[in-house]
Ligand binder design. Structure first.
Ligand code: PGA
Length: 258
């Protein structure tokens, strides 16, 4: 990672942990990392646990993120939650366009773009997820897929706004499968994403945007992934549900920051 960017380790709890379980896990994260400043640490619980986790991380350096939001600020959208509602609970981040949202809930580039703009307008930092399927990788289409997803999600965003963006490269075939991209494979795509960001927003802004890797990151492989030049953190699913595993990844990032 470049020295101008601070690592971000974000736990994506997905549809796991109720409010009290979430508060318990968040309190453990706070006791381990709540006072360090070398690495940004963020937990992203389910909506029902946001308030309890918000209270648990309050007055610590642990940041709060949501896993999704609607792009409108209010109205007749049964079952949805707005960026303003998330800000009200002191969320700093929101995961957008996760491959599970694309696969199971029909989210496409147009929706992810609207959500990204709405998040930025509400002062939330979007963690925009992009990544190819195994089929796309085997067909040699990685760069094309990444370009379509990134340009689609980021259309109409200014360079100034882009400084608050986070991108997560998550190869779909590596999510929850135990298969991780090798550090070299991941770095190749991260470097490509950095180039895309430079073409959209200019070099200087592209250097400021954090690009996270996601897909079966765990304590055993975190250090070698995070050591890559363009890997600025991790979006952690399964391993973020166990305090010790999550801690191992945060510690790897802290060590590399020194
Ligand atoms: P995983 O999930 O770490 O369980 O592979 C990553 C993600 O989906 O964000």
């Amino acid at each position: 990672m470049s020295t101008s960017r601070k690592y971000l380790i974000a736990g994506n709890w997905k549809m796991n942990l109720n409010a009290s379980e979430g508060a318990d896990l968040a309190s453990q994260v706070v006791s381990m990392f709540g006072h360090q400043t070398e690495v940004s640490v963020c937990v992203c619980p389910a909506f029902t646990a946001l308030e309890a986790v918000s209270n648990a991380v309050n007055e610590s350096n642990i940041r709060l993120g949501a896993q999704n939001m609607h792009f409108e600020s209010s109205g007749a959208y049964t079952g949805e939650v707005s960026a303003e509602m998330l800000r009200h609970l002191y969320c700093n981040f929101v995961i957008l366009g996760h491959s599970e949202r694309r696969q199971y809930f029909g989210e496409d580039e147009v929706i992810v773009n609207k959500k990204t703009k709405a998040a930025l307008a509400a002062n939330l930092k979007p963690i925009v997820c992009i990544g190819e399927t195994l089929e796309e990788r085997e067909a040699g289409r990685v760069n094309e897929v990444i370009k379509t997803q990134a340009e689609g999600a980021l259309a109409g965003i200014s360079a100034e706004q882009a400084e608050n963006l986070v991108i997560a490269y998550e190869p779909v075939w590596a999510i929850g499968t135990g298969k991780t991209a090798t550090p070299e494979m991941a770095e190749e795509v991260h470097a490509e994403i950095r180039c895309l960001l430079a073409s959209l927003f200019g070099e200087e802004t592209a250097e400021k945007v954090r690009i996270l890797y996601g897909g079966s990151m765990k304590p055993g492989n975190a250090a070698e992934l995070l050591a890559q030049k363009n890997i600025d953190g991790g979006l952690i699913g399964g391993a973020s549900l166990k305090a010790n595993d999550f801690a191992g990844i945060v510690e790897a990032a802290i060590k590399l920051s020194k």
